[in-house]
Design a protein around this ligand. Sequence first.
Ligand code: FES
Ligand code: FES
Length: 359
Amino acid sequence: MHSTLFTAALPLVAGAAAPDFELAQRDGRRVRLSELRGQPVILAFYPADWDPARADQLAHFNGLVSQVPGIDAELLGISRDGMWCDLAFAGGAERVPLLADLDPGGSVAASYGVHGGQAMFVVDARGIVAWSHVGPAGSSPSSSELVAALSALAPRADSTAARIPTRREFVATALAAACALTLAPHLARAEPLARSLSAPPPPDVAATRVTLRVNGRTLTLDLEPRVTLADALREYAGLTGTKKGCDHGQCGACTVHVDGRRQLSCLTFAAMHQGHEITTVEGLAQGESLHPMQAAFIKHDGFQCGYCTSGQLMSATALLKEPCGAADADVRECMSGNLCRCGAYDGIVAAIQDVRRSA
Ligand code: FES
Ligand code: FES
């Protein structure tokens, strides 16, 4: 995210003056951080893949906002627009800058002592760092730390009671929540990774000899019982025509035939298929002659990138022997377990209908 400097400054801590830098606005008017004095500002150095349009991230955003004392606002919508973030809520919208888009070279981050990690800085209305969090990728401040920092920003009517922040202060609060939000997905991803790195290795499971009939050949493989048919075909038998898309039975990319019927190979163990006749996409063609369904896919542009195509072909050829209705809609229904990110569905249906008509 940010370049590493040869002379790495330490991260700024509370009490330090926030270095000034130039922000950019979509209409080309340039403003500096110092021009925002008089209101709290939250600076975030965050991964570039934050997408506030994602429902789960927006829910996290709203959750954080709702924790801030004195603010009872439900965020209705949020969209990222270049270097600015539009926060839309009841009664109006506010536009706030997103620093990551403004610091592609990392020099601003470096001036805050951030060198490739994730960080948040709460800068008070005088331009002084009031709170900071700097950590490696995947680290995140706790919600309570964040709430405490935000609460401290709100001007107080007297020395003991906090008053409700104004709209302007709310914007700063909302931005802070957005910044924290950017860390959350990484935290979620980092947690299982950390667990997997620290967890003891699983006990050794003895491999057993498994004999499979694949495309008319007998294969003898030494496999642990937990090896799926998809992995056995791809990783042990070298038959990589069978694809893995989701590995969870949702996309159909791994479809093969077992005794002539379609089967999601990611959802079944190889050891369960001894004695079965397995056919993969490599077994469809006869020598140099393509299977009619393969030829029809080419004729009707039934693919684009081709990643889903082996699974589509295996389902389509199995469908020829299934009680599928005659209409295109029936074919779509029968093929609904095979997803195509390229959207080549029209060509796929046309190819299948072509083969069915000529059968
Ligand atoms: Fe098997 Fe997606 S990889 S269904
Ligand atoms: Fe690309 Fe189907 S052709 S996913």
